[in-house]
Write a protein that binds this ligand. Structure first.
Ligand SMILES: [Zn+2]
Length: 157
């Protein structure tokens, strides 16, 4: 039955876990490189090219802006990656942090650092990213409107 197939697909082989681990570590390194490069670029320009009180204020503000830009998103991602790596260590990789249900493999292939199943994720996303969700719902309702339009059309031509 369907259930059995799902279970088989859900079980992770050691190789798959290893691949996920490597991907996660690579992702994490990539993020740190970005942050590092951003900070170095910003601070070296500030100290060598510009001097003076006004520029100091401007540059520290720019620094803050820079770390904010990288910060919010990337730091959250790093946290999620760390969590996923921890779960690999503990042998719980692929289960949802919220409800403990298995996270679909397809989902983990696209987002190897996802720590939530699709249900919990979408619930949290509703809270966190209302705007993005609205866009998505918009998109969905547009699609369903299109379908409805077609079914409503009576063959009067
Ligand atoms: Zn869940």
């Amino acid at each position: 039955m369907n259930n059995k197939e799902n279970n088989e697909e859900q079980a992770f082989t050691e190789a798959e876990i290893e691949t996920a681990k490597e991907t996660l570590i690579k992702m994490k390194r990539g993020i740190f490189k970005e942050i590092d490069a951003g900070i170095k670029e910003g601070s070296s320009k500030d100290s060598t090219e510009y001097r003076g009180d006004n520029c100091d204020i401007a540059s520290s503000e720019r620094d803050r802006e820079l770390s904010y830009m990288l910060g919010d998103r990337e730091r959250k991602k790093v946290r999620e990656i760390d969590n996923a790596l921890l779960k690999i260590k503990e042998g719980t990789y692929g289960t949802c942090d919220e409800c403990g249900e298995p996270i679909s493999k397809k989902r983990l292939k696209i987002i190897p650092y996802s720590n939530l199943c699709i249900n919990c994720q979408s619930r949290l996303e509703e809270e966190e990213k209302k705007q993005m969700n609205e866009d998505y719902i918009d998109h969905l309702s547009n699609l369903s409107l299109m379908v409805e339009d077609e079914t409503f059309k009576e063959p009067d031509e």
